[in-house]
Design a protein around this ligand. Structure first.
Ligand code: TYM
Length: 332
């Protein structure tokens, strides 16, 4: 059976981008067709300036939202990264296979390091080595597929490179994984700045639809989305990014095709209204279920405890094999 692994980082409130680009696929497709693991990658949240209490709160919230989105702990394994030591153990070995040049070429490193410096902060070493820990997440479980939005493709390619290199040097140990992206909404853009990704750790609140936004807030954000000059509704990512983003969001929420949808509108107003309605409808059950789950925190704890136990059992043999293969003396 195909093994699927993916993760989500508790660095901010989860967004429509997270949902359409990744979570929805996990809940509606992946957990039914594959042996799937989904991880709240809290160690990754420590790579930029962070508040400990907030990371804890966001980790719980992300886990609750994963359940609310439809992940079924009977079908998939859902857990928190720091509860399974194998991630950090394997990450060190992979640091001995990766190069600093590879790390410095990562687009997200360049962007995030520049942002930290602009804010007057220093860049944590863990931000540079982030993709190695991410590779460890994936390789520890022998994942064949990694369903992600397209901002993560470069990181998954690095995980492939490291798996191949390790296998060549030290003998076959890792499955070589590949990234998969959703057909639409693999990159949902910021509504106020449609050439930038809708990212949960950005500061541009009005351009980001959060999964727990009230319906009237969602409507306001969509109605105020930046559109491009011109009045004709056409689907063209290059010259009309604002419009293209709305059409893709609408398509992802209704199951249509962006270009076909464009042909059915002759003005921006109706397109925005329909997009707002569609997003509100997609988020409605999720918000409701989230509320119910918040009333029963014991359930979440049990899910995460069992998930971590299962995950440990899956990761340990592979990580132990990697320790032996690379030349470390077994403990006894
Ligand atoms: P993160 O937490 O930024 O995002 C979680 C998932 O949501 C997708 N995503 C988007 N998709 C479409 N449009 C957007 N605007 C958008 N924003 C986010 C991401 O592509 C991702 O699939 N490094 C990862 C977390 C991670 C991971 C892993 C993922 C750590 N280890 C191992 C897969 C496998 C990250 O920061 O995702």
């Amino acid at each position: 059976m195909t093994r699927v692994f993916s993760g989500i980082k508790p660095t901010g409130h989860l967004t429509l981008g997270n949902y359409l680009g990744a979570m929805r696929q996990w809940a509606t497709v992946d957990q039914y067709r594959a042996d799937a693991l989904f991880c709240i990658v809290d160690l990754h949240a420590l790579t930029v300036d962070h508040d400990p209490a907030r990371v804890r709160r966001l980790s719980r919230q992300a886990a609750t939202l994963l359940l609310a989105s439809g992940l079924d702990p009977e079908r998939c394994t859902m857990f928190v990264q720091s509860h399974v030591d194998e991630h950090a153990r394997l990450s060190y070995l992979l640091e001995c296979v990766a190069t600093d040049g590879e790390m410095r070429r990562m687009i997200q490193y360049k962007e995030k390091a520049a942002r930290e410096r602009r804010r007057g902060g220093s860049v944590r070493l863990s931000l540079l080595t982030y993709p190695v820990l991410m590779a460890a997440d994936i390789l520890a479980y022998g994942a064949d597929e990694v369903p992600v939005g397209n901002d993560q493709t470069q990181h998954v390619e690095l995980a492939r490179d490291l798996a191949v290199r390790f296998n060549q040097r030290y003998g076959h140990t890792f499955v070589v994984p590949r990234a998969t992206n959703p057909a639409v909404a693999a990159r949902v853009m910021n509504l106020q700045d449609p050439v930038s990704k809708m990212g949960k750790s950005d500061d541009t609140g009005p351009g980001i639809v959060y999964l727990l936004d009230e319906p009237d807030v969602v409507r306001k954000k969509v109605m105020r989305a930046v559109t491009d000059s011109g009045s004709e509704v056409v689907y063209d990512r290059e010259s009309r990014p604002g419009l293209a983003n709305l059409l893709e969001i609408l398509a992802a929420c209704t199951g249509g095709e962006p270009a076909e949808l464009a042909a059915s509108y002759d003005g921006y107003g109706a397109l925005k209204r329909d997009t707002a309605d569609a997003v509100i409808e997609v988020l409605r059950p999720l918000r409701k279920r989230h509320q119910e789950l918040c009333a029963d925190p014991g359930h979440l704890e049990a899910v995460l405890r069992e998930g971590a136990e299962r995950a440990r059992g899956m990761a340990r043999p592979t990580v132990d094999a990697a320790y032996r293969a690379i030349g470390l003396l077994p403990a006894s």
